[in-house]
Ligand binder design. Structure first.
Ligand SMILES: Nc1ncnc2c1ncn2[C@@H]1O[C@H](COP(=O)(O)OP(=O)(O)OP(=O)(O)O)[C@@H](O)[C@H]1O
Length: 263
């Protein structure tokens, strides 16, 4: 059974402002022990409560900087929550940042092995999937050379072929991927559709509201790190469109953090 349970989840980033300061300002600030580049706190997620079960297809919508990708990365375990609890049960396939984590000095074949192990495959299941992944990628002899020699599109092909080779229970998608050239993109889209149909639970972030309306059973609307509303796709999308036309929302305001500023 696949399950997502977020209780009062918050994710906060502490980031340095990248301000250019003159030498004089730097010295004066130093005298008063104040950092030249003070910390800012970005509350990317706040008070998120979300439950989802088998069979649900959840679409996440909202303005730029609303926290959609952060929500997805929290579900994938990339960002640990700084508040609340996040439980995800089931084998996860994350279709975002898919080329991250390649061993660039290793060959395509070795990268298939490394990543398949990371995705939870055993040595026996890796062996049976190796050829299938290689065939899907259509990279042929290039699999014998180091990944650093691949073009960006070739890296995407390989990453996509590996990421989608598992049968996920929980599928996390950040925008529909355009992978590789025209021929590969249509093949990749067919595989995406297959994964979406076979995975038990899906969460997809997209700005294309038509895709969300057609694909999802529930829509979650986010604003400034919070869930504003969730429910039937048509109803929530209409409310979001209406609100955006009335008053477009910008990214969340950042907050100066005095206690961290002197760090
Ligand atoms: N690694 C990070 N470090 C610092 N701040 C971050 C980080 N990732 C996201 N943020 C901040 O968190 C907020 C939410 O970002 P997020 O990427 O989740 O938004 P989004 O809704 O996916 O936006 P978009 O539609 O533009 O992709 C933003 O203010 C962003 O600057």
């Amino acid at each position: 059974m696949a399950k997502i349970e977020l209780r009062n989840v918050g994710v906060t980033f502490n980031v340095h402002q990248q301000k250019r300061v003159s030498f004089k300002e730097y010295m004066i600030r130093g005298l008063f022990r104040r950092a030249a580049n003070p910390m800012m706190r970005v509350r990317a997620l706040e008070g998120i409560n979300l439950s989802a079960r088998d069979g649900e297809r959840i679409g996440v919508i909202g303005h730029n900087g609303a926290g959609k990708s952060t929500l997805l990365k929290t579900l994938a375990g990339v960002y640990p929550p700084t508040a609340g609890t996040c439980t995800v049960e089931g084998k996860i396939c994350s279709l975002f940042d898919i080329t991250l984590g390649f061993e660039f000095e290793a060959t395509g074949w070795d990268n298939i092995r490394y990543r398949a192990y990371l995705q939870g495959e055993s040595s026996r299941s890796v062996r049976s999937k190796l050829e299938e992944i290689a065939a899907f990628s259509e990279l042929g002899d290039f699999l014998n050379i180091a990944v650093r020699n691949y073009s960006a599109g070739m890296q995407m092909r390989l990453a996509f072929s590996i990421a989608t080779a598992i049968n996920p229970e929980v599928l996390l998608v950040d925008e529909i991927l355009a992978v590789g050239d025209l021929a590969f993109t249509s093949k990749a889209q067919a595989r995406m559709r297959e994964l979406m149909n076979t995975s038990r639970l899906m969460v997809i972030v997209a700005h294309d509201l038509k895709t969300i309306a057609n694909m999802c059973t529930r829509v979650v609307w986010m604003q400034h790190g919070r869930i504003v509303a969730q429910g039937p796709p048509r109803e929530i999308i209409d409310r979001y469109v209406e609100a955006s036309t009335r008053k477009p929302a910008g990214p969340a305001p950042v907050e100066r953090v005095p206690e961290l500023a002197a760090a």
